[in-house]
Write a new protein. Structure first.
Length: 123
């Protein structure tokens, strides 16, 4: 049900002219979602981080750590993140227009990089 709802909303948002869509990591699993993103002509920025950093961030957030459902049989450990990244990375890179490695960036630094990518290019 969740993935169907996610796809419906994604298709709706892709038709908007000016918006920011923060997708969950599994949104790219469906071909129709990847196609909608590519056809939208919007910039698609993949925020990449190393698996260990992602794991550390999840563990350090008490809300996420205790409420985030396990997504694989690895039960939420570092192996789960590594497994998901391995499977999904080709799909992220197929869909993206730009990538930012946020492994060592703060939220503010990441936002600054996104703004730079979205600025119109001067001739």
């Amino acid at each position: 049900y969740f993935r169907n709802l996610e796809s419906t909303i994604l298709l709706e948002l892709c038709s908007q002219s000016a918006c920011v869509i923060a997708l969950g990591g599994g949104a790219v699993l469906r071909e129709q979602n990847r196609a909608a993103l590519k056809q939208s002509k919007h910039p698609i920025i993949y925020l990449h981080a190393d698996a260990q950093i992602l794991f550390n961030r999840i563990q350090s957030d008490p809300h996420t750590n205790h409420s985030r459902p396990h997504l694989t049989h690895h039960a939420g450990g570092i192996e789960e993140i590594q497994s998901l990244l391995t499977a999904r990375l080709p799909l992220y890179r197929e869909t993206m227009t730009d990538e930012i490695d946020v492994t060592n960036l703060s939220a503010e630094q990441t936002a600054d990089r996104i703004v730079q990518l979205l600025k119109p290019k001067s001739n």
